[in-house]
Design a protein around this ligand. Structure first.
Ligand code: NCD
Length: 323
């Protein structure tokens, strides 16, 4: 083949790749470069919102939520509306044909007929992946069981970047239910790719980070981490404290939940030994693990974090729709 022909073939291949749909099922579906571009786009949206008002005109997002949600669903809806697009979908399985026994795949194929992009939350691990394999439009995982929550992680990364000015060289504590907390699993996976990240994993013995995350993510990437049970001991060295609630709905029995639910409660007194520039994050909803008295502390970032959620989701929608 002559040189020109080779170049033509390469150009065709690149065009083909461009046409390939991209899903977000796992945070590892995005390279660090793509995440950096998305953060940059989100920051441009924050600074120049009017540039983006019409970008999704005549586009529809299907929001299929088989599990309760406040922030994730409504921030996706707000994001699509702010881009000039429309939203269809359901907020609980009981109000759709799922209650008649329809499969995830058939529901996704149906929504593909009416929309350009699907956002799905499901109690079963892997359900959004099944949907993504069934349709030709992008599918976003908005939380699958106790597994992953990549768009919360994008939100967390944008928040950390804005609060700390960087994503490298940070000591991050994840505290609470590290076993069932899907936001923690995706956050550890993402932050393990940034240089100089150190983790302090704070949980009761029964709610430790799952073994596959320790071996496949932390050990494989040679990440410095320790597992401890005391929040107080860890506090002085932290740059970021990521609090989580104990995930009641994923427990097998209520007694265990009641015994473990108040393992950690962050109060102003506990922050006395913390760094002056600590950033306190929480994916929310909060139950009891952060006293409302902490909300007035400037180091409490969780409501600023909610705001970031809308902007990064706007950037994500634009990227996946190639707009
Ligand atoms: C989280 C979730 O759904 O995993 N919430 C959220 O999306 N912001 C955290 C939680 O429910 O504890």
């Amino acid at each position: 083949m002559d040189k020109l022909k080779v170049i033509e073939v390469i150009v065709e291949k690149v065009k083909e790749d461009d046409r390939m749909k991209k899903d977000l099922i796992d945070i590892l579906d995005l390279s660090n470069k793509e995440i950096a571009e998305m953060i940059e786009l989100a920051e441009d949206i924050i600074d120049n919102p009017e540039k983006y008002y019409e970008k999704c005109r005549h586009k529809k997002m299907a929001a299929l939520f088989y599990e309760p949600s406040t922030r994730t669903r409504l921030s996706f809806e707000a994001a699509m509306h702010e881009l000039g697009g429309d939203v269809i979908g359901f907020a609980s399985a009981s109000s759709s044909s799922v209650s008649k026994g329809e499969s995830v795949s058939d529901t996704a194929k149906t929504l593909e007929c009416f929309s350009d992009i699907i956002v799905m939350r499901h109690p079963k691990e892997g359900a959004p992946y099944v949907a993504s394999k069934s349709v030709g439009i992008p599918v976003i995982n908005a939380g699958d069981g106790g597994h992953n929550h990549p768009t919360q992680t994008l939100t967390d990364l944008l928040t950390i970047k804005r609060e700390k000015g960087k994503l490298t060289g940070l000591t991050i504590a994840c505290c609470g239910d590290l076993k069932f907390g899907r936001t923690v699993h995706s956050l550890i996976t993402a932050m393990s790719r940034y240089e100089g990240t150190k983790f302090v994993l704070i949980s009761p013995e029964e709610l430790r980070v799952p073994e596959h995350i320790r071996t496949e993510i932390l050990d494989k990437n040679n990440i410095e981490y320790k597992e401890v049970t005391s929040l107080d001991d860890a506090m002085p060295e932290l740059d970021v404290l990521y609090m989580t609630r104990v995930q009641r709905e994923r427990f097998f029995n209520e007694e265990d939940y009641i015994r473990l639910k108040d393992s950690y409660i962050l109060t102003p007194e506990k922050l006395v030994n913390a760094k002056k520039d600590l950033s306190i994050l929480h994916p929310l909803p909060r139950v009891n693990e952060i006293s409302v008295k902490v909300d007035d502390d400037d180091r409490a970032c969780y409501f600023r974090q909610v705001k970031c959620g809308k902007f990064i989701r706007m950037a994500l929608i634009l990227k996946l729709l190639n707009l």
